[in-house]
Write a protein that binds this ligand. Structure first.
Ligand code: MN
Ligand code: MN
Length: 467
């Protein structure tokens, strides 16, 4: 019997065999390990590069047919040659490596009221109140004047101290309770507590104690500890990128363990899935050459040398053309290319259903979510994917029996957001946003569905391998 109407499917009903369950759990376990370990752009790119290298990708160019290149260790491009020439176009999955967080200021260290703190400057769209009174870790790099790069990961290892931003006690919060949310939490009060123990005073200096107390003895103690651990002085922090991120591992959520909880799933879930899809496709002799492009700075407008607006992608494609198919023209390759802007979508929040328009919203567990356009309020700043392209995409997924859904980000006048799609649509390639739905997006603990992870992985593999 043929149904004339359409409704999306719950993937748990589709992938319900013991074999499916094993595959879902294996993929989820690998993902949770990745998500718990990679909390910065650099950590994410290093993970991707290591997995690619193990699969035979060269960092020295594309001559072998499998190559990769990174820029500043924050964005990475990889390509695998297919059977067809490049005039047939590339198959590309774009995703982003950066995540909303609290960056340390360039001069972060201060002492007030006998407490040492690191001052922060938030990065991307955070809801400030979510970052108070919770364990935070510090990740990043400090570049010394001699060029040496000091890698920092503090607050993750078992037994290692974490950091925290203090929150106001309810007893003193009555004035704050009357403020609008936007005003209630000030960025300049988002200071990370990093210690409160004064530098020891030597016996013979006892008489200088009072004077020294006025001279930041707690701050000085922190500097002494940093020097002992990393060989750095305060000035080195000016050439550092340190990020405060939620501490701890990514975990299963729910009595049935059906959800995945952790920081940075927007958009590391798609970095992981794009990578896993390419690695799983390598033996299948793809007809098209396939690329991964994982970019930085998406959360703050895709700017800079590592973001989607940079020329990095173009430089890499020119090298791929020279190595794979020197006769192909750049414009010819771009115009024939098909791409997914792999990014997460907002799932309908059971407690905030009224903010979504039900016919055009994504459900957790209903598979990869396509978004024809992003932008806001009248499709401003949107890529608007072509229907011819989406017709091909739903065709290949339907043929493979992979559930999918399509949605807009909330009600029309309700908000919106952007992705990297529009920056690459400008090259003439076909591109559409696609990725798993997320609850609590941009929070320190985002939620996704295990079965969406699996279905999206299958969809990405199908995208790479379909003619
Ligand atoms: Mn994103
Ligand atoms: Mn985002």
């Amino acid at each position: 019997m043929h149904a004339f109407d359409y409704s999306s499917k719950n993937c748990w009903e589709v992938y319900n065999s013991n074999q499916d369950e094993t595959a879902i759990n294996q993929l989820s376990a690998r993902y949770l390990d990745f998500l718990g370990a990679c909390k910065t752009e650099r950590e994410t790119v290093a993970y991707v590069a290591a997995r690619l290298e193990a699969a035979g990708f060269s960092a020295e160019g594309f001559g072998s047919g499998k190559g990769m290149r990174n820029i500043q260790g924050k964005a990475i491009f990889a390509a695998a040659r297919g059977g067809l020439g490049l005039s047939a176009g590339l198959r590309i999955i774009f995703a982003h490596t950066d995540t909303p967080r609290l960056d340390l200021k360039q001069r972060p260290l201060q002492e007030q009221s006998e407490v040492a703190q690191f001052k922060t400057h938030y990065y991307g769209g955070i809801r400030k109140y979510q970052w108070f009174a919770r364990p935070l870790a510090l990740h990043g790099v400090i570049i010394r004047e001699d060029g040496a790069s000091v890698r920092v990961t503090l607050g993750e290892a078992k037994g290692e101290p974490v950091f925290a931003i203090s929150d106001l006690l309810p007893h003193l919060a009555s004035a704050q309770m009357d403020q609008p949310l936007r005003a209630a939490f000030e960025a300049e009060k988002m200071n990370l507590i990093i210690g409160h123990k004064p530098e020891p005073v030597k016996k013979r200096d006892e008489r200088r104690k009072k004077e020294e107390q006025e001279q930041n003895r707690i701050k000085n103690h922190i500097l002494r500890l940093l020097h002992a651990k990393y060989g750095i002085v305060e000035e080195d922090l000016y050439s550092a990128e340190l990020q405060a991120v939620p501490a701890g591992p990514a975990v299963e959520v729910g009595l049935d363990g059906s959800l995945l909880g952790g920081y940075g799933q927007d958009d590391r879930i798609n970095v992981f899935l794009g990578l896993e899809a390419l690695l799983a496709s390598l033996d299948g002799e793809n007809s098209h050459s396939c690329c991964l492009v994982f970019l930085d700075k998406e959360e703050i407008g895709s700017e800079g040398s590592t973001g989607a607006k940079s020329r990095f992608f173009e430089y890499c494609v020119q090298d791929v053309i020279a190595a794979f198919d020197p006769g192909a023209g750049f414009a010819e390759v771009m115009l024939a290319s098909r791409a997914l802007s792999a990014d997460v979508h907002a799932a309908v929040d059971p407690d905030w259903q009224d903010l979504h328009e039900k016919l055009n919203s994504a459900l957790l567990g209903h598979g990869p979510c396509f978004c024809k356009f992003t932008g806001s309020r009248g499709k401003y700043e949107a890529n608007d994917a072509h229907p011819e392209y989406f017709a091909w995409l739903r065709g290949i997924l339907n043929k493979a029996g992979i559930p999918w859904q399509m949605a807009e980000l909330g009600k029309v006048d309700g908000g919106g957001g952007g992705t990297v799609a529009m920056h690459f649509a400008g090259y003439g390639m076909n591109i559409i946003d696609c990725g798993p739905a997320v609850l609590s997006m941009h929070s320190p603990f985002e939620l996704t569905s295990k079965v969406d992870l699996y279905a999206t992985w299958l969809a990405f593999k199908t995208f790479f391998s379909s003619r």
